[in-house]
Design a binder for this molecule. Structure first.
Ligand code: ARG
Length: 384
């Protein structure tokens, strides 16, 4: 094979061998993807399957990989969403906005594009499902990595006695960025936004603070309980997952942050409620005047409803897109219908789809689903 000058990096040895451990794209996987795209009529006007496949094969033979066309990238990313068995919000898979940033080079440019992603996806609350796709892994060099679980997450500060201020889920990550030089705000709080940790060059992770105006947050209030606002709770408007590699036709994009909008229960019935997260149910039950001495008063359940209601109410009041679990469950069943009419399987994971509140009251509870196949592609892969 020949290596063109731009592809020579310090990671490529002088005799033009590829980096050990990095593999060539399997052309059968590329073919399977092109097959799917042409079968679904998603290819560009005038494109021919045989022509494109021959090109791709030649490119793989020459370079070990191939470059997706913008249409392939968009179709691949949308189908990866469609294939996400844990996602209840897949009705809109085909309207995912694609930001093709494969050319963004260097950690600073990548962090910058993440900020732009947040701004364009947030739109003061009219949230748009968006994905930004950075450079793929190639035999010559790995693509960039974003180490944050999501672009926006709250720090968790662990104290000697084991207690945590903030989000315990991110205590380890917080420790990691502090060791790398992140300085928490002077007055630490429960909702301090973590910096981005971007690794564009292997072994050189770099930190970037998100500008506050790129991070829309919603202060939480309750429609009936005045005291609720006094808790000083808040949550970020946009969930943007940033550590799941996107795999399309044998090519892996390790950094491809994507967002949808929140479902009220994710925040109200999990993030703020789980014992191993903000663990707020005892506090709220107390303020509601419930008897927390016995499980039989169902204080947890009553507090859970009010907390989730507060989240829903606050997002609505702030004009920030948020789904509720009843509506989203019905939409998911419409999605299943549509997929069936299109002649496709729709793999789904019951244990993720059924909301953590009032499961049996939602439509998704009362049926079984096609089990997910871990080999399905395109897909968002679990973080390494
Ligand atoms: N459950 C995660 C969180 O609370 C977000 C997962 C993605 N959710 C979504 N609605 N797209 O941050």
């Amino acid at each position: 094979m020949t290596v063109t000058p731009e592809r020579v990096t310090p990671a490529v040895s002088l005799n033009h061998q590829r980096v050990s451990g990095e593999q060539d794209v399997n052309s059968a996987e590329a073919e399977e993807f092109l097959d799917l795209m042409f079968a679904e009529g998603a290819a560009e006007e005038g494109a021919r399957f045989e022509t494109r496949l021959a090109r791709v094969r030649a490119e793989i033979a020459e370079t070990g990989t191939y470059t997706h066309t913008p249409a392939e990238l968009a179709f691949g990313a949308r189908v990866a969403w469609r294939n996400s068995a844990r996602c209840i919000g897949r009705l809109y898979w085909n309207s995912l906005r694609i930001r093709d940033r494969r050319k963004a080079a260097g950690a600073a440019a990548i962090a910058d594009e993440c900020v732009t992603h947040l701004r364009q996806a947030t739109r003061a609350g009219r949230i748009r499902p968006t994905i930004t796709i950075f450079a793929p892994d190639t035999p010559a060099a790995p693509g960039p990595r974003i180490h944050n679980e999501q672009l926006i997450r709250y720090a968790g500060y662990r104290f000697e006695d084991g207690s945590v201020l903030g989000d315990p889920r991110h205590a380890e990550f917080t420790e990691r960025v502090r060791r790398l030089g992140w300085r928490p705000p002077e007055r630490r709080g429960s909702f301090d936004v973590l910096p981005l940790l971007v690794e564009a060059v292997p072994g050189e992770p770099r930190l970037f603070t998100l500008p506050p105006d790129a991070v829309l947050e919603v202060p939480l209030t309750h429609p009936d309980h005045r005291w609720f606002a006094g808790l000083g709770l808040r949550w970020h408007a946009v969930p943007a997952i940033s550590n799941m590699p996107l795999e399309i036709g044998g090519v892996t994009y390790p950094a491809a942050p994507f967002n949808g909008w929140y479902l009220g229960t994710e925040i109200g019935a999990r993030n703020l409620a789980d014992e191993q997260r903000y663990d707020l149910l005892p506090v709220i039950a107390e303020l509601m005047g419930l008897d927390t001495a016995s499980e039989r008063t169902l204080w947890r359940d009553r507090a859970l409803v009010e907390l989730t209601l507060a989240v829903q109410h606050s997002f609505d009041a702030a004009g920030v897109t948020m789904a509720d679990h009843h509506t989203e469950s019905r939409r998911f069943l419409s999605h299943l219908d549509r997929e069936e009419r299109a002649g496709r399987r729709c793999p789904a994971d019951w244990s993720w789809l059924v909301p953590p509140l009032s499961g049996g009251q939602t439509a998704v509870f009362h049926r079984y689903y096609d089990p997910p196949d871990p080999a399905t592609r395109p897909a968002f892969l679990s973080p390494d």
